[in-house]
Design a protein around this ligand. Structure first.
Ligand SMILES: NC(=O)c1ccc[n+]([C@@H]2O[C@H](COP(=O)([O-])OP(=O)(O)OC[C@H]3O[C@@H](n4cnc5c(N)ncnc54)[C@H](OP(=O)(O)O)[C@@H]3O)[C@@H](O)[C@H]2O)c1
Length: 273
């Protein structure tokens, strides 16, 4: 589409998401909400979910205020098997189809290997790996019905590069990346793509929570300190990740599958994929 304003020519890419339905997990704030906003901005109907009802309702209002697709907000714990089934059934029941699944979740705690017991590993497994398995399994039949689909997993740059203290996250994300590669091979013939998005440092509450104790006026300096090792010398914005996810979710990205795409300002120093 070409729009001319005051002599300036703006080329707008139509992502062809109008009328599609997207289920975005863990989406009351941070990266999940940014994905929901980006997809809704393109005209998709979005189903958002998180445990805290109040934050979820606030996010739903923000998305509705775009005046685009419809929003269904369901409070749910994505690591609960019965709740996952109910959520997918509600999404499909409301919109009659599920075209896009964004497998996002809260992040597991950071710390050295020896600080995590069986319970911590089990919780990370259920939240960050099993939820991806479950939701993918639940939505694929809906995608097969419509003849196409997009599964996008939010992982972490730790699938490509060393990130100290991230043993729970790295272990689960490596499992997701492996599963996505195999799954992309199996569902490719049904025009369903499966990709991973690997964020580096993107400014969300989770990142703010990892800063050392500080007064409000010290926050900008501490964040700038964290950005020093990133080639583009800044922390990413959630909407930058949202835009990438919206593109991967679109019909335009039909030839991208089984891929892990970093969005990290160049932070991954590895030269091999
Ligand atoms: N931000 C980054 O720089 C970055 C980098 C690499 C990887 N990641 C990963 O990306 C994911 C999202 O990170 P973020 O920075 O956006 O985190 P965030 O700002 O803390 O947001 C987390 C979201 O997940 C929801 N959530 C958490 N546990 C849930 C559960 N059991 N069921 C349903 N919803 C749940 C939260 O809502 P409720 O608490 O109300 O449920 C909230 O909406 C995490 O897995 C994180 O490890 C982030």
């Amino acid at each position: 589409m070409l729009i001319v304003i005051f002599g300036l020519q703006l080329h707008l890419m139509d992502l062809q998401l109008q009328g599609k339905t997207a289920l975005i997990l863990a989406s009351s704030k941070g990266l999940g909400k940014a994905c929901a906003l980006a997809l809704a901005r393109e005209g998709a109907h979005v189903v958002i979910t998180a445990r805290n009802r109040e934050a979820l309702d606030t996010a739903a209002e923000e998305i509705r205020s775009l005046g685009k697709g419809k929003v269904l907000a369901i409070s749910s714990d994505i690591s609960d098997a019965a709740a996952a089934e109910a959520l997918v059934a509600a999404a499909a029941g409301t919109f009659g189809r599920i075209d896009i699944l964004v497998n996002n979740a809260g992040g597991p705690p950071f710390g050295p290997f020896e600080t995590f017991d069986e319970a911590a590993w089990q919780a990370a497994f259920e939240l960050n790996l099993l939820s991806v398995v479950r939701f993918s399994r639940l939505v694929i039949p809906h995608m097969r019905k419509t003849g196409s689909g997009r599964i996008i997993n939010i992982v972490s740059l730790s699938v490509r590069t060393f990130l100290a203290g991230s043993v729970l996250s790295t272990s689960m994300r490596m499992g997701v990346a492996g599963m996505a590669k195999l799954l992309s091979d199996e569902v490719g013939p049904d025009h369903i793509t499966v990709n991973n998005v690997a964020p580096g440092l993107i400014l969300t509450d989770r990142v703010k929570d990892t800063l050392p104790p500080h007064s409000p006026d010290e926050e900008a300096r501490l964040l700038a300190e964290r950005a020093k090792s990133i080639p583009v010398r800044r922390i990413g914005r959630p909407e930058e990740l949202g835009d990438l996810v919206a593109f991967l979710a679109s019909p335009l990205a039909g030839y991208i599958t089984g891929a892990t795409i970093p969005i990290d300002g160049g932070a991954i120093r590895a030269t091999a994929p």
